[in-house]
Design a protein around this ligand. Structure first.
Ligand code: R5P
Length: 314
């Protein structure tokens, strides 16, 4: 028997059912009985069969690919719970899609991250729980509480398990310095920077390598792998600069387009990735999937019991 009362519900959409089941197991709390299907024309058809009136509802729905499908499912689930008089609705988005456009960096482009925030609030979410957002400042687009978790404790445990001798932590671009520095600090390691420039959505080029990796073991950390361009190029650059063992650790494995081919071909010995996106663990031999289900389960439990979230950061 779990220690919850009748006042909490876990509801999953179709984005990452495996992670939802793992969270449910970690919390010893069954998923609510809900059907999230499709009408013949592809429109989303939802029915929640459990009573949710007055309950603390957590919708488990990362907006991973197919992003637009998962996003609309999330909005309709929120609307469904709102109309069913749920007490509080938390959108649990361990992977937060549409986070890359958080400002107008050229003329005539939308600020997609702002539209996502506006819509989520407008439809009725009371709270957002997310993990390693691509740009943490997106929290400022919300006038509801946002709890932002880090995959770092989970990935660090996996990194420590590899027993890497005297590593250097490398960021594949300058935007990732803060994240890399926090891993370096935790590991007591040096820091190096690959100076990447983006040419297009799937192509990048490297201008400089800052710091020394010659003869050293390297851990490349990043928030996400999308097409795999940034990380595979960074792995090649550190190898060209004399790195020995190369380990990649990323929070989100989005893996689209040429990602798998690039990862397979790149000189990394090991790729650690969490399960915020659905990933088959046998996708690549050198890949190891580490679960954030325990972290998310504890966070949900703490939110439900009004306990600290920042205690989960270390
Ligand atoms: C860039 O700012 C991000 O941290 C990732 O490095 C990037 O989004 C990964 O994209 P891709 O795998 O397509 O290079």
């Amino acid at each position: 028997m779990n220690s919850y009362n009748e006042s909490i519900r876990l509801i999953s959409g179709n984005a990452n059912p495996e992670l939802a089941r793992a969270i449910s197991t970690e919390m010893d709390l069954p998923l609510a009985d809900a059907s999230v299907g499709r009408f013949p024309d592809g429109e989303i058809d939802i029915k929640i069969n459990d009573d949710v009136r007055g309950t603390d509802c957590f919708i488990l729905q990362p907006t991973c690919p197919p992003v637009n499908e998962n996003w609309i499912e999330l909005l309709l689930l929120i609307d469904c719970l709102r109309r069913a008089s749920a007490g509080r609705i938390t959108a649990v988005m361990p992977y937060y899609g549409y986070a890359r456009k958080d400002r107008k960096d050229e003329g005539r482009v939308p600020i997609s991250a702002k539209v996502v925030a506006n819509t989520l609030i407008r439809v009725g979410a009371d709270r957002l729980l997310t993990l390693d957002m691509h740009a943490a400042q997106i929290q400022g687009f919300y006038d509801i509480p946002v709890d932002h978790l880090y995959a770092k404790p989970v990935l660090l445990e996996a990194i420590n398990g590899l027993g890497i001798d005297d590593p250097v932590v490398v960021t594949p671009d300058v935007g990732g310095i803060k994240m890399a520095r926090s891993y370096a600090k935790a590991l007591g390691a040096d820091l190096a920077i690959v100076d990447k420039r983006r040419i297009s959505g799937s192509e990048t080029t490297v201008e400089h390598m800052i710091g020394k990796v010659d003869g050293r073991n390297v851990i490349i950390v990043d928030d996400m792998i999308s097409t795999g361009g940034s990380i595979s190029q960074a792995a090649q650059v550190v190898r060209d600069h004399g790195a020995k063992q190369i380990v990649i650790a990323v929070s989100h494995g989005v893996f689209c387009g040429p990602a798998l081919e690039r990862l397979k071909a790149c000189p990394a010995d090991k790729i650690l990735v969490t399960d915020t996106n659905p990933i088959q663990s046998d996708l690549l031999e050198k890949m190891e999937v580490v679960s954030v289900a325990g972290l998310l389960g504890t966070a949900i439990q703490n939110l439900h019991k009004s306990k600290s979230i920042s205690s989960l950061f270390d």
